[in-house]
Design a protein around this ligand. Structure first.
Ligand code: MG
Length: 384
């Protein structure tokens, strides 16, 4: 089994850092960001922390107690924009990035060593420096073999120069120094239960036998023990990018001039593409039919659908019409294909106010009959 190298990248006092990225005069000064609704402190620079400003302190008290701190009202739109830039920067190193909050992301470093010809600490250093240089956002990076340990490492990184690695050699020592309640995912309730069982440190926990943990803390307890022991159970959950188009094409079994063969192949591609669209939850608002001749010349026809759909039965009539437009009987063809384009998803699908009514069932029935007459029963099945 190859060893994982997982990093947790965490922006330091993110809201304050974002304000500073916009206004560099604030760098080095005590700054706090206040929530919009009730005016409580929601982010503090380390200078503000050092002055004793508390998280959650109401503004009327804070300004009285700490008049020399600069207070900014939260600008969440700005924070989201900067967060997107940080996350995109991370994704420029690898697509194995899991954004877990506005200012935190897990990243799989495994494999990057060869790509960048640097060790993992040097890679973390490079990421940290580039994010600072380009976006003026300071980040802390924790590295270890599991997500749970990487999170713990990032907490330590904040207090120790920005980068911290929990390798196998010092893992046990660190677990012995870490309160179990400081492990991510251990809430108050679980923390109390652990204390009742005389588990105080993370090492106390992993030292308990598996069967005992199973009885007391069930599967989650076993998972936690494994993760703390460096056995990675939780992978990077990449954000699934929803496609804006779906293409389906392939070479014909043999070259042909016959439009019926092309039609049959095209229908097969439409069925596959529609199925993919349904799996993604997307609906096409236009299509593109493509024919490629023996000499690799490509002929395309784009069609705007009068419905947004992922049903082959609604797409086929448009596609066959488009095929006829580009088909030339004298040419020899090697492939045919369909692209469902301008895919729309869920909330973005316009309602019927703006889109003409769907092809009526009667019309669909006729299309089905024609197709079945031509290609045999079962050529089309209505998708779910
Ligand atoms: Mg943070």
């Amino acid at each position: 089994m190859t060893k994982n190298y997982i990093a947790l990248i965490d922006c330091d006092c993110f809201f304050v850092s974002a304000e500073r990225a916009l206004n560099p005069d604030l760098i080095g000064k005590p700054v706090a960001v206040l929530s919009n609704n009730d005016g409580c402190v929601i982010s503090r620079s380390k200078e503000a922390k050092a002055l004793g400003l508390k998280m959650g302190e109401p503004y009327f008290m804070a300004k009285h107690n700490h008049a020399n701190i600069i207070y900014a009202r939260a600008n969440h739109e700005l924070y989201q924009k900067i967060s997107d830039k940080v996350m995109n920067k991370l994704k420029s190193y690898t697509d194995e990035v899991e954004v877990c909050s506005i200012d935190e992301a897990y990243m799989l470093l495994t494999g990057l060593k060869r790509l960048y010809k640097k060790n993992y600490i040097e890679i973390a250093k490079m990421i940290r420096e580039e994010i600072w240089k380009e976006l003026k956002i300071p980040v802390s990076i924790g590295i270890s073999s599991t997500k749970t340990l990487a999170k713990l490492a990032s907490d330590k990184a904040k207090k120790s120069g920005g980068i911290f690695v929990i390798g196998e050699a010092k893992r046990k020592k660190i677990l012995a120094q870490t309160l179990i309640s400081d492990i991510s995912g251990i809430g108050n309730k679980l923390g109390i239960k652990m204390r009742e069982e005389c588990i105080f440190t993370a090492l106390d926990f992993v030292s308990r036998p598996e069967h005992w943990i199973k009885i007391k803390f069930h599967k989650n307890g076993i998972d936690l023990k494994n993760e703390l022991n460096g056995i990675s159970l939780f992978g990077i959950k990449k954000e699934h990018k929803r496609p804006i188009s779906i293409q389906q094409t392939s070479a014909l079994k043999e070259f042909t001039k016959d439009i019926e063969i092309l039609e049959k192949a095209l229908i097969g591609h439409i069925r596959k593409a529609s199925k993919k669209a349904r799996l993604e939850g997307g609906k096409a608002s236009s299509i593109e039919v493509m024919l490629r001749n023996k000499e690799f010349m490509v002929f395309c026809e784009k069609v705007k659908l009068n419905v947004v759909t992922n049903q082959e039965i609604e797409i086929i009539p448009f596609a066959l019409k488009a095929l006829k437009k580009i088909y030339k009987p004298q040419m020899i063809w090697r492939s045919v294909g369909i692209t469902l384009t301008n895919l729309v998803y869920g909330d973005y699908i316009q309602d019927d106010l703006f889109i003409k009514p769907k092809v009526s069932n009667e019309k669909l029935g006729k299309v089905l009959d024609v197709l079945e007459d031509k290609f045999g029963k079962g050529i089309i099945k209505i998708g779910k």
